[in-house]
Design a protein around this ligand. Structure first.
Ligand code: G6P
Length: 637
């Protein structure tokens, strides 16, 4: 994964590169590095540090080196531990080639061994350094850089994008892209390059998305673009006006807490946005603004289907819905399975992106695939999308990032209006995905004649109510959590989470949330499975958290599971709804929240669950917004 930023032009590069790196830290923050050809002596000057961009900036601020060509890197470690040596940039033996890289070079061990046998000395244990040494041997054998690059890429496998600077060619920045994104920003006598154009979005709106399997030789005033076999490619410049918005934490201690409180607005905005979609004619949804909540019409326009490139015939002949996702998005998709199967009565399959590509694929033209991804860049999900696209089956990207790769590559786009999510652990993106999928399931049912426009309108109202309850539930329990419960539960080393039916995937999300930010071990089971083994784990050191449901039959079963815990002196924490007294009285600690339409029960509990986990973690003094080893956008498989 990792973030790459580069600059070549009339100006000094350092500030540009650092600004870009700060914006790309969501791609990893294990270490960071910067290199340029120092204008004072025309040689490489560089520094790299373990830790994020801040530690690097602190050290570099004590130096003055700068130049008109340079690049930086923020790392999420794949090969090699997190330390200074493994930080990027890397160099060849002669230190005449510098590289920063995003991705994985598969089979790099053999190349490395071969190069070591030829006398090369390695300074890191990364796969990246292999490229620098390899190019160092290839370059002298060719008359042009272009020909050397053709040979270099023919020897590399995996998914990678990288930028090279050659000390002997300070007027050229070399870019290579294979399956990992790389974007060029065209300025006035200057060029920018990055893994994500947001790195330089305030510098230029003229963007060239490098095509897959291409390399480019960039000068300050021109681009040469080639396919991997050396054929010149046409350069398509797109005007993209999106700006990087420096989100303020406001009065909140962490972005995560701010984003927990953003949820009511994110859900309301998204539902309102879909309500007024009739007035929207293309993908540029950004113009739709205010007055969302005033729309009271029960007339639903067809623009959603144009947006999704789905014909009426396709909608009516749908026999299967598929959702593909990873992490929290996968949990949102698993919750949504209940929406599609209950409301649309269409069999729905949920696929884990990382497994999907390697399972047999049965192409069915009467099915659709919804790729659920906050970032729209997750490599596992993106590769799954590419596979499905190759069978010419309809694909829809449900993401929070309209400029993402998934949006560009899917046949349709379901946008969310959650606003940028900064904290690595997903909160508002998760709940907005759930809300969007609930809306979409109803809209599909309306189109197929399974529900009336009035029922559709009710579904939207239910989403607004769920958003209210989500926030109200936090307020109801806020004092207890912050003053008493967070401290108490921060002392436990492990938790078990249980859910049943629609609360099971929600319990999985709760367990993930606790693990990723607090580092407390948490395991999740379907409550009915407790008796088949996990029950042996019950002791007074392992709180069991049960999430209730509003379906009466399932609720009764959950009570039985709670009894099984209490019969073994287990410590029981319950998230229940008003009136569920039989369950509440079994609990050692109960969170009771207002009732809501049953399918939206998980959405109603989301804020409270996240708030509870957040405060446990805060007691442990963890880096909540940037937990160890994680990254917001995972662009490696
Ligand atoms: C990473 C993040 C998770 C996220 C997952 C999927 O692992 O840390 O919070 O749920 O990626 O990301 P996506 O952007 O596809 O939703």
């Amino acid at each position: 994964m990792c973030g790459i930023v580069g600059y070549i032009g009339d100006k000094r590069c350092r500030q540009n590169v650092f600004q870009g790196l700060t914006r790309l830290e969501y791609r990893g923050y294990d270490s960071a590095g910067f290199v340029c050809i120092d204008s004072n002596h025309n040689h490489f000057a560089f520094h790299k540090e373990a830790g994020g961009v801040d530690p690097l900036a602190r050290v570099i601020n004590e130096t003055k080196f700068d130049g008109t060509i340079g690049m930086g890197h923020t790392r999420w470690a794949t090969h090699g531990v997190v330390d200074q040596a493994n930080s990027h940039p890397h160099f060849n033996c002669k230190k005449s080639i510098a590289i920063v890289h995003n991705g994985i070079i598969e089979g790099y061990e053999h190349l490395r061994e071969k190069l070591i046998n030829e006398g090369h000395e390695f300074y890191s244990t990364t796969d990246t350094e292999v490229i620098a040494h390899l190019f160092g041997t290839i370059l002298p054998q060719h008359d042009t850089i272009k020909n050397a690059l053709i040979e270099l890429v023919s020897q590399l496998h995996g998914a990678f994008s990288f930028v090279l600077i050659l000390e002997d060619h300070p007027d050229q920045l070399i870019l290579v892209r294979h399956r990992s994104p790389l974007v060029i920003g065209v300025g006035n006598n200057e060029m920018f390059v990055a893994s994500d154009f947001l790195a330089f979005s305030d510098k230029t709106d003229n963007i060239v998305f490098m095509p897959d399997d291409s390399f480019a030789i960039l000068r300050k005033d021109g681009i040469e673009l080639y396919s991997f076999d050396g054929k010149p490619l046409e350069i398509t410049t797109e005007i993209i006006e999106a700006k990087f918005i420096d989100i303020d934490k406001q009065q909140f201690e962490h972005y995560m807490l701010k984003e927990i409180y953003d949820q009511k607005r994110s859900i309301t905005r998204t539902v309102s946005f879909y309500r007024v979609m009739g007035s929207c004619t293309d993908r540029a949804f950004s113009q739709i603004s205010a007055s969302f909540n005033n729309h009271k019409s029960t007339e639903y326009s067809d623009s959603i289907w144009r947006q999704l490139s789905l014909s009426k015939a396709q909608i009516n002949s749908l026999t299967q819905i598929n959702l593909v996702a990873a992490g929290s998005s996968w949990h949102a998709a698993r919750i949504a399975q209940f929406f599609f199967e209950t409301i649309c009565k269409i069999p729905t399959r949920i696929h884990l992106s990382s497994e999907f590509r390697y399972m047999p694929f049965f192409a069915d033209k009467n099915s659709i695939f919804i790729m659920v991804s906050q970032s729209g860049e997750t490599a596992d999900t993106l590769e799954a999308l590419r596979l499905i696209n190759s069978f010419e089956i309809s694909t829809i990207a449900l993401t929070n990032v309209p400029t993402s790769s998934m949006v560009r590559e899917a046949s349709g786009f379901l946008p969310m209006q959650a606003g940028p999510e900064i904290s690595v652990a997903s909160t508002k993106a998760f709940s907005t995905q759930v809300a969007t999928l609930y809306w979409f399931a109803n809209r599909l049912a309306l189109e197929r004649g399974d529900i009336t426009p009035e029922q559709m309108h009710e579904a939207e109202e239910d989403l607004f109510i769920a958003a209210e309850v989500l926030e109200a539930a936090i307020e109801i329990h806020k004092l207890r959590i912050t003053q008493e419960l967070a401290k108490k539960y921060a002392q436990y080393d492990r938790f078990i989470f249980l859910g049943r039916h629609i609360s099971y995937p929600f319990a999985m999300e709760a367990a993930l949330k606790l693990k990723e930010i607090s580092y407390i071990f948490a395991q999740c089971y379907p409550a009915g499975e407790l008796k088949h083994g996990p029950i042996a784990l019950i002791d007074d050191k392992t709180p069991i958290v049960i999430f209730s449901v509003l379906d009466d039959l399932i609720y009764r079963k959950i009570i039985s599971n709670a009894h099984e815990v209490k019969a073994r002196n287990g410590h029981l924490i319950v998230f229940a709804f008003e009136g569920q007294d039989d369950l509440i009285k079994l609990a050692d600690c109960a969170f009771v929240i207002p009732k809501i339409t049953p399918l939206l029960a998980p959405l109603a509990m989301t804020g409270l669950m996240q708030f509870f986990v957040y405060h446990i973690t805060r007691e442990l003094d963890r880096p909540i917004d940037k937990p160890r080893h994680l990254a917001k956008s995972v662009t490696v498989e």
